[in-house]
Design a protein around this ligand. Sequence first.
Ligand code: 6GU
Length: 240
Amino acid sequence: MNYHVLTLFPEMIEQGLNTSIIGRAIEKGLLTLKATNIRDYAFNKHSKVDDYPYGGGAGMVMQAEPVYCAYEAISKEMPKKPRVVYMTPQGRVFDQAMAEELAQEENLVFLCGHYEGIDERVLEEIVTDYVSIGDYVLTGGELPAMVMIDAISRMVPGVLSNNESAEYESFQDGLLEYPQYSRPEEWHGKKVPSILLSGHHANVEKWRHEQSLVRTKERRPDLYEAYMQKEAEEKSKKKK
Ligand code: 6GU
């Protein structure tokens, strides 16, 4: 997987993703990450990349040409036109299924806007996917791009160790993860559930699944409903 981020703050991307699991995957050559400064493609001597919005209003708009030239410079190196993800609160909300789908791509371009946004005309020409990370407003697209890169990278083969990618995880089957415990057996008067000390693997699995259900129902009733619906559908399919 090769990530290309078009941004006014390349150091933010590079600094944010060079540690821990993602940093290790880059070192191993499983991922590449290149942040391109849109300002390097400004066409005036002051390296200005924004201007006032036509029609008036608050703030500044990122101009089309520098964004387009930055995109052209990186995409001409690629064998086919890449998916270009524009980070915007007006996009489809990012989720695990989208992370899994995007992890199949060879190249991914993330376009990060600032100010009041980017001139619509260049978006029409280069953007393939409009994506939001949730219903709140951020000052720029860099943090969302980093969030997406982290979630997508986990789905790239080899990035997680076998241990880390162990089958049971939040969202793997649409349920939240069960609670985890480590030593000591008793802490602040609280004991580890005795079933986890029993060594009875099947009972442990059953308990964890029940805990996942209880937790999902309590904390994410929306996911719980979807899970129950899916279960019911699968049961009725089997009957037929
Ligand atoms: Cl993807 N970008 C920006 N700028 N703000 C956001 C967002 C994205 N998702 C939620 N808020």
